[in-house]
Design a protein around this ligand. Sequence first.
Ligand code: TRP
Length: 72
Amino acid sequence: MSSSQDFILIKAKEDGVNVIGLTRGSDTRFHHLEKLDKGEIMIAQFTEHTSAIKVRGKAVIQTSHGEMDTEV
Ligand code: TRP
């Protein structure tokens, strides 16, 4: 499976926001931890390795489903 075309944009609103990639398949576990400081942006996709993305900390997340805030 190739990468989906949709990108997810995560903008950190505080230092130390965690963006965690979770594996695809029967075993769902963390495979990547990215730390963002305030103002930093990560642009990511769901891939053959990544089925879910967890965001911990204060951030704004834009997807094709809309924009949302983590409420910290
Ligand atoms: N090596 C990972 C992958 O190809 C990189 C990655 C893609 C990722 N999307 C992500 C890591 C989202 C964290 C969050 O799947």
